[in-house]
Design a protein around this ligand. Structure first.
Ligand code: FE
Length: 169
């Protein structure tokens, strides 16, 4: 009887680990455009992106929704590493440029490279803001403001859900 219970527990463990690994693989394999080294621009339609992205990522990246403050996975994170575009894998920021802005979204005072992001005037919601887009796939990442710390005095106010973090080894 005890052996039966033990074997059942072992089987269930194996079953759930297999399922979660398979799910992770299928999520990664579902987006064939994700690359941390590719440089070529991606010009896909929203329909094409919708087919390969999780819905919550799609809604921020392609429809410019904003995640609620203090709810994202990176706003309060202080770990050394690199932040990539969660849509296409393009390198965007390093943790050395991240600062505790207190605004509830991950904030950076500068980008990783010259071509990490691009900018677009945003007149939505009756405000004059500058939208920040991924330099490779044009996905919406957030906005940039002029109230950041020295040396740039900029605040890249990003949505966690469109960022993909890898800790430094
Ligand atoms: Fe991207």
């Amino acid at each position: 009887m005890h052996k039966f219970v033990l074997y059942t527990i072992i089987f269930l463990n194996w079953f759930f680990i297999s399922c979660s690994t398979a799910q992770q693989k299928s999520t990664m394999q579902k987006n064939p455009y994700y690359s941390r080294t590719a440089k070529e621009k991606l010009t896909l339609s929203n329909e094409e992106w919708k087919a390969v992205l999780p819905l919550d990522v799609y809604q921020v990246a392609r429809l410019a929704h904003t995640e609620r403050a203090f709810t994202g996975k990176y706003w309060d994170q202080d770990i050394k590493g690199t932040y990539y575009c969660a849509v296409c894998g393009h390198p965007l920021f390093t943790s050395t440029a991240k600062f505790a802005s207190g605004c509830g979204w991950p904030s950076f005072f500068e980008t990783l490279g010259e071509h990490s992001v691009q900018y677009k005037p945003d007149h939505s919601y009756g405000m004059e803001r500058i939208e920040v887009l991924c330099g490779r796939c044009d996905s919406h990442l957030g906005h940039i403001f002029d109230d950041g710390p020295a040396p740039t005095h900029k605040r890249f106010c990003m949505n966690s859900i469109v960022l993909d973090f890898e800790a430094a080894h």
